[in-house]
Design a protein around this ligand. Structure first.
Ligand SMILES: CC(=O)Nc1ccn([C@@H]2O[C@H](CO)[C@@H](O)[C@H]2O)c(=O)n1
Length: 104
């Protein structure tokens, strides 16, 4: 996927648009987003564009370092966040926290 595009599962759309979700945690395939750049955001399921985000930072993180702070920024509990990440990325512990803000 291009570095000016990002997809999210549709179930997170409302939290992103309301500003409740301000990070996403990805694997190494998405670690190269450039801080300061804007990305077009679409749903994973039907590729429907729903917003633009500005990338604030991309920070390496091991699964075991996931904290309550990350969960808060995901609008989840820590056990929920860990379960979601294990589900999406069952085969790696090397993750990246992508912090963003909504454009407009
Ligand atoms: C659709 C796609 O390509 N990939 C992903 C990967 C992750 N995420 C979300 O980021 C957080 C931490 O992983 C959680 O909120 C995840 O559900 C997502 O929505 N879409």
């Amino acid at each position: 996927m291009s570095l000016s595009e990002m997809t999210f599962f549709e179930r997170f759309e409302a939290d992103i648009l309301s500003g409740k979700k301000t990070i996403t945690i990805r694997d190494a395939s998405e670690k190269d987003y450039a801080p300061g750049s804007c990305v077009q955001v679409s749903t994973f399921e039907d590729n429907r564009r729903f917003c633009q985000l500005r990338i604030d930072s991309v920070t390496a993180l091991e699964f075991e370092q996931l904290s309550e702070r990350h969960a808060e920024q995901e609008n989840m509990t820590l056990p929920q966040l860990k379960a979601v990440i294990r589900d999406i990325y069952p085969n790696t512990d090397s993750l990246y926290v992508v912090a963003f803000q909504l454009v407009n």
